[in-house]
Design a protein around this ligand. Structure first.
Ligand code: TXA
Ligand code: MG
Length: 330
């Protein structure tokens, strides 16, 4: 384990960008903001650094990582774009979309980071701080969400600190993220597939492709399963407190994660109530989701009851993460 490292925390800015690029070049690990969630970055081409990253996160090494790059030219050096991939990249990059593509012959992303697959997941993030760091470093940076494996993803630098302090070298604090759920992952296979719903709604992608996306594979029941997106482990986003979905009524001792007008019975008796969006806005709800789950996890409730969330737009990603939270930790 990397435990015992001194973790430096710097506010986003020129000094932090330079320190982050230097740290990556030395094989170090950095927590940094993207528009979706905070990432835990390492030099994608440095297998030792990637091994340390898996250790710091406590993540199983067969779970491949997303390579973050600064522009389309850099993306084309590591992944082979078909017509559909090009259309999606042009429409949505930089942004909360990850494309899974066949690796190029010259792909520098280490086999450890791709878990030995002949495909690579690529994203150009939109966050200014992430882009500055990528430009300063100059190569692909692999970055899973900057939380301990199985925990809720971090949407603030404080969340990163609480999971990874003493396990990584540097945290760049760029404030709270805008989107709040991870990127949407599309497999650019012969039939394009939605591998993970996320911060870019399915509807927007289907409009560009001019066709429907094949559905998300069923949740893998066990970590030993090898689904198409191996990271889609059933218990990927669990708080410690058990989660109950589609609550119409609150029992004594429960905390409530609400959405829209408070229509549930018994909410006055809840240990704590947090509303993802009182006005029923799914984008606002996505941005609040992981922070509120973390918060409700500290209230001593025996269960977190969750009101129903509509399934369109970012609702698909929100419901996906909530379902995983409800399955609990393996
Ligand atoms: O928004 C995001 O995507 C954030 C930020 C930091 O960019 N990153 C993130 O990474 O969510 P992570 O490691 O938590 O999720 C990466 C997902 C996993 O489900 C993994 O299995 C999948 O991407 N993945 C990576 N490479 C793949 C590949 N070659 N084929 C299929 N799935 C892949
Ligand atoms: Mg994650």
């Amino acid at each position: 384990m990397n435990v015992g490292l001194k973790t430096q925390i710097l506010p986003a800015g020129e000094a932090a960008t330079a320190a982050a690029a230097h740290c990556l070049a030395q094989g170090g690990l950095i927590g940094f903001p993207t528009e979706t969630v905070y990432g835990l970055g390492a030099d994608a081409s440095n297998a030792d650094a990637v091994a340390r990253l898996y250790q710091a996160k406590g993540r199983p090494a067969f779970n491949p990582l997303i390579a973050h790059v600064g522009d389309l030219a850099a993306a084309r050096r590591i992944g082979q774009f078909n017509a559909q991939a090009t259309a999606l990249a042009e429409a949505f990059w930089p942004g909360p979309l990850t494309l899974v593509l066949p690796k190029t012959a010259g792909c520098t992303v280490s086999d450890l980071a791709t878990a030995g697959l002949d495909t690579v997941a690529i994203r150009i993030p939109a966050h200014r701080v992430a882009r500055d760091i990528l430009r300063a470093f100059g190569g692909p940076v692999v970055a899973p969400s900057a939380n301990l494996s199985g925990h809720v993803s971090p949407t603030t630098a404080a969340h990163v600190q609480s999971d990874l302090m003493g396990r990584i070298d540097l945290i760049v604090d760029g404030g709270a993220v805008a989107v709040g759920v991870e990127s949407t992952i599309v497999g650019c296979f012969e039939t394009p597939m939605l591998l993970r719903p996320g911060g870019l709604p399915r509807e927007a992608i289907e409009r560009v492709l001019g066709r429907g996306l094949a559905g998300v594979p069923e949740l893998a029941a066990h970590e030993s399963a090898a689904p198409l997106a191996p990271g889609m482990l059933a218990s990927h986003y669990a708080p410690r407190t058990p989660v109950r979905l589609d609550a119409a009524q609150i029992e004594a001792g429960e905390a409530l994660l609400a959405f829209g007008p408070l229509t549930v019975a018994g909410s006055e008796g809840a240990k704590a109530v947090m509303n993802l969006s009182t006005r029923g806005d799914l984008n606002e709800a996505a941005a609040n989701l992981f922070g509120y789950l973390r918060m409700l996890d500290t209230k001593g409730a025996h269960t977190i009851a969750v009101m129903p969330v509509p399934h369109h737009g970012l609702g698909e990603a929100i419901n996906d993460r909530l379902r995983r939270a409800a399955i609990g930790r393996a």
